[in-house]
Design a binder for this molecule. Structure first.
Ligand code: NAP
Length: 245
């Protein structure tokens, strides 16, 4: 029997990028995986898709409630709105800031409110947040992204301290990852050879979902391109945006 057979997982933002890497890994390990996003994922016969747009909270709340009516063993939150481009604070539109709050923070809040009761019934339920180095380093030229990722980290850290039975872990890439969201912000012909692939999150996602103990509970794990990982307690992740002085 595969490691995660019989488990039901939800991946918010699982149609593409790192969330898709985690959804594929969980499904490959035998879990039933529901991915939520605005667009139907490509080549995804092994996944169930639920259309959710986190900028439409009323509809998102209803769809999440329906999903959470069934058993939920793990939820991964990978949905993100990066913003249109890197720009200093004074050049960012208020509309962009509000959308970052909607997708990067309020969407996480709505998701957790919906699934927590079901997760508490699992043994143990896992909340896997996809975090970023900007939550530790801040991000010049991407202040809204950095502020909302820091808020999401604090929300998950707080829940980790509240919840006695759940397993709450955050994962973040050591460097950049080649995803559709990142490609939208890079020029044509950009060289992605130094970027990791979303599949680098497969190993840690399956190991965390299969863990019965809570030894990684409350931790943030920095994931390398080769799938290896370490705790942030062993050293902060490198900034991808700070300009050396
Ligand atoms: N890639 C990197 O280098 C990197 C580095 C550090 C941290 N991270 C973190 O990794 C996570 C994933 O990033 P990524 O690069 O994989 O992102 P991505 O390629 O942009 O994928 C984002 C996912 O979120 C979904 N999504 C976006 N807006 C949504 C909305 N309004 N409602 C519902 N779903 C929505 C997208 O699907 P639809 O478009 O179909 O809705 C997609 O499935 C984020 O938390 C990010 O902060 C990434």
């Amino acid at each position: 029997m595969a490691l995660l057979t019989g488990r039901r997982m939800i991946v918010m933002g699982g149609s593409a990028g790192i969330g898709r890497g985690i959804a594929d890994a969980w499904a490959g390990a035998g879990a039933e995986v529901v991915v939520c996003s605005r667009h139907r994922p490509a080549e995804a016969a092994h996944l169930t898709w639920e259309r959710i747009d986190l900028t439409e909270p009323g509809d998102a709340r209803a769809r999440l409630a329906a999903l959470a009516a069934g058993p939920v063993d793990a939820v991964c939150y990978s949905a993100v709105y990066y913003g249109d481009r890197r720009a200093d604070f004074g050049d960012v539109r208020e509309e962009e800031w509000r959308r970052q709050l909607d997708v990067n923070v309020t969407g996480l809040w709505l998701t957790l409110r919906a699934v927590l009761p079901s997760l508490r019934e699992a043994t143990p339920g896992l909340i896997l947040g996809v975090s970023s180095e900007v939550a530790f380093n801040a991000g010049p030229g991407r202040s809204g992204y950095a502020a909302t990722k820091a808020a999401a980290k604090a929300l998950l850290d707080s829940i980790a301290q509240e919840e006695k039975g759940l397993h709450v872990v955050q994962v973040l890439p050591a460097g950049m990852v080649d995803t559709p969201g990142i490609r939208r912000r890079r020029p044509d012909g950009f060289d992605y050879s130094g970027y990791a692939q979303p599949s680098s999150f497969a190993r840690v996602a399956v190991e965390l979902a299969a863990m019965t103990g809570r030894e990684r509970h409350g931790d943030s794990l920095v994931v390398d391109g080769d799938g290896g990982w370490r705790s942030v307690q062993d050293g902060l992740p490198a900034s991808q945006s700070r300009v050396p002085v």
